[in-house]
Design a protein around this ligand. Structure first.
Ligand code: HPA
Length: 278
């Protein structure tokens, strides 16, 4: 496991990606659990298995295909990650977020991150879409921040701002697209935990008390790395299950993947419309 990457190691990966595609994507897209299908819509696609890339973290989780798909969606050059690796799989924070660094070195300046999340907000039901308006970096707050280690000054500052982690202009565009297509969406706060165990009822009541609307095991480290280098972010949670604040039911990974089937058409419409509007 590598705890840190140097700029030249990041560039080494970027160079391998460059050698395997004719496209020059400026938009990156990370597709979370059960949401990978959109990658199949990419046109004129170059596909790169994660295993072909040095240092690249390969997801071991069912529902994460594990390849980069680079091509055109709505006329825009995009780099799509079909599946992501998570911290709980045993990767370091630097490894988990290496793909975002590589995207930045390839010229990506807008990142669309998606995830499956549990609903803490009682108004949300499985199949709902929540745009991220902000996050709680629970996973990073007490030391496990992906920027720990020597700062890469060429990429961004030692103490990066997070006052607008999710770009308001991009959010407004995406909300407009959803509205036009009669897709109901929410905007809320996503809290990232390390996982892989789901939350206890007391965990969930705590997360609700501190202002979280949805909970998951990814995304926030990627967004911190994105913002460090000024990459603009649109964040979308697909609500896969209700969090069990009273302990009356339990959450399963199958439930998370099942909700993906309802969510994929909605997210496809939103993301396609968003790309077309850019
Ligand atoms: N908790 C944490 N992560 C998740 C959940 C959940 O309920 N659903 C999908 N990812």
């Amino acid at each position: 496991m590598k705890e840190y990457f140097t700029l030249s190691e990041i560039d080494e990966v970027a160079q391998v990606v460059r050698s395997k595609t004719k496209h020059q994507p400026k938009i990156g897209l990370i597709l979370g659990s059960g949401l990978g299908d959109l990658a199949n819509a990419v046109e004129d696609a170059d596909s790169i298995a994660y295993t072909e890339l040095p240092y690249w973290p390969v997801s071991t989780v069912h529902g994460h295909a594990g390849r980069l798909v680079i091509g055109k969606l709505e006329g825009k050059d995009v780099l799509v990650m079909q599946g992501r690796a998570h911290y709980y799989e045993g990767y370091s924070m630097a490894e988990t977020t290496l793909p975002v660094r590589v995207m930045q070195r390839l010229g990506v300046d807008i990142l669309i991150v998606t995830n499956a999340a549990g609903a803490i907000n009682p108004d949300y039901v499985p199949g709902d879409v929540m745009f991220l308006s902000d996050h709680i970096a629970m996973i990073g707050m007490i030391g496990n921040n992906p920027l720990r280690g020597a700062n890469l000054d060429e990429l961004g500052p030692r103490f990066p701002d997070m006052s607008q982690a999710y770009d308001r202009e991009l959010l407004a565009i995406a909300q407009g697209v959803a509205g036009k297509n009669n897709i109901k969406t929410f905007a809320g706060v996503y809290v990232a935990l390390s996982g892989p165990s789901f939350e206890s009822p007391a965990d969930l009541r705590f997360l609700q008390a501190i202002g979280a609307d949805a909970v998951g095991m990814s995304t926030v480290p990627e967004v911190i790395i994105a913002r460090h280098a000024g990459t603009r972010v649109l964040g979308i949670s697909g609500i896969s299950n209700k969090a069990n604040l009273d302990g009356s039911t339990s959450t399963t990974h199958e439930e998370v993947l099942e909700a993906g089937r309802i969510l994929v058409p909605k997210l496809t419409t939103i993301i396609r419309g968003f790309l077309a509007a850019l």
